[in-house]
Design a protein around this ligand. Structure first.
Ligand code: ZN
Length: 419
């Protein structure tokens, strides 16, 4: 149930942590850690060419709506000089997204999408074809995700030693006094999903009128069954935020996923309603309205804190910073929304869904700007048929099997599109 569990408590501290996190990106970004820089940008009405002064690792592009934009990430490069405008491209901006990644943002005067992308034979430039598109084509491209492009093997930069430095540092930015991290299970090198069983301990969640059973027990059973299904096929790694009947505040659930480096976060719940006919599962993702407001808050907070951890951030371009945060957040929202429809498709055979199965809302646990997250309300404890499913071993396994299929397909798709 949401009204009990998705309170706003602890959000202020989350913002603090995230601001610090983005500040760290920014600090690292300004250090000239990478040899390769963007040297020039050449824009024509139907393509953009980015030139480098040395080899890079790869480039990827994605489309973002509202306003119309195309983003290009270049891994193994730092943002440099060059802009331009032509055709639908109104302006090109550059910023350092993280220590390894330069990001170019193409502001579009009208809808346009990208087609082919390719590196030159010497790996020193990357060209992305741009073509006009209808609003519908653009909207479809905006949900299609990221396309990746590799330089020729002989002219490709290798990831530098110490690549993991930033990801090692980020957990230290979280406040002290956290619960210890749960164990990650599954084969090394596989993507990581963190599954969060809602409620626990002194917080039972909703209580079913059928047998007086607690939401916290159903969510834990479903989380465990999902983990077991995933481990059985061995395609992903899994961690549970809780594997027993303990209480975790919202912030801890979200931070566990972040600190473990999860690539997908699923929080499992069960709904309740006064109307006992209400039934079926619902998937929630963060709403764009909430997202915009939080992006603004993040940026504002960050901008007001010029000195964080003794490092002076003054002089940074606050507009560029808020753009970088905003773009990441929007891409994350798109990925979350795609996962929601995937889950509906994969689990729909065994689990009834509400007609309006995908809804968005302002939930604290979904506000991670860079972690695709969904909240899965697996059914209504107040409906007889749903309650039977949620509290029976077979029903829990059926839900878990749909979840596991969707998670595996999600990561399989992603792997297919990134190389
Ligand atoms: Zn709940």
């Amino acid at each position: 149930m949401m009204s009990l569990c998705w309170t706003k408590g602890g959000q202020a501290r989350q913002y603090g942590t995230m601001s610090l996190l983005f500040a760290l990106f920014a600090i690292f970004g300004w250090q000239p850690a990478l040899a390769t820089a963007i040297e020039a940008v050449d824009v024509t009405p139907d393509r953009i060419t980015v030139q480098f002064d040395d080899y890079v690792e790869n480039a990827s592009a994605f489309v973002l709506d509202n306003p119309y934009r195309i983003a290009i990430d270049v891994t193994g490069a730092r943002a440099g000089t060059g802009s331009g405008q032509a055709g639908p491209i109104r302006a090109v901006r550059q910023g350092q997204y993280d220590p390894q990644t330069a990001r170019l943002v193409l502001d579009l005067a009208r809808p346009a999408i990208f087609g082919n992308g390719s590196f030159s034979a010497d790996g020193r430039s990357f060209t992305l074809d741009i073509r006009p598109a209808s609003h519908i084509q653009f909207a479809s491209a905006a949900t299609a995700g990221r396309a990746s492009f590799l330089p020729p093997m002989a002219f490709r930069a290798r990831p530098p030693r110490g690549r993991g430095e930033l990801t090692v540092r980020l957990p230290r930015a979280t406040p002290p006094g956290q619960t210890s991290l749960p164990t990650i299970q599954g084969p090394r090198g596989r993507p990581l999903v963190v599954i969060d069983a809602g409620h626990g301990g002194h917080d039972p969640g909703s209580i079913s009128p059928f047998g007086n059973r607690h939401e916290k027990d159903a969510t834990l059973a479903i989380a465990r069954a999902t983990r077991d299904a995933l481990l059985a096929s061995g395609r992903v790694r899994v961690a549970l935020t809780r594997d027993d009947d303990r209480f975790l505040v919202l912030r801890e659930r979200y931070q566990i996923a972040r600190r473990l480096g999860a690539e997908l976060f699923i929080s499992i719940h069960a709904d309740s309603a006064p109307n006992t006919d209400a039934n079926g599962a619902t998937i929630y993702t963060l709403s764009e309205v909430a997202s915009d407001r939080e992006t603004a808050q993040l940026a504002r907070r960050e901008n007001s804190a010029d000195i964080i951890n003794g490092v002076n951030l003054g002089g940074a371009d606050s507009e560029v910073r808020s753009i970088l945060i905003d773009l990441t957040r929007r891409e994350t929202m798109n990925i979350s929304a795609r996962f929601a429809s995937l889950l509906r498709r994969e689990a729909g055979d065994t689990v009834p869904f509400r007609a309006d199965y995908h809804r968005s809302a302002d939930f604290g646990v979904l506000t991670a700007p860079d972690l695709p997250s969904v909240l899965f309300e697996s059914g209504y404890l107040t409906n007889a048929a749903d309650a039977r499913r949620l509290f029976s071993r077979d029903g829990q396994r059926a839900i878990a099997s749909g979840l596991a299929d969707a998670i595996e397909t999600h990561f399989a798709r992603r792997t297919a599109s990134t190389d």
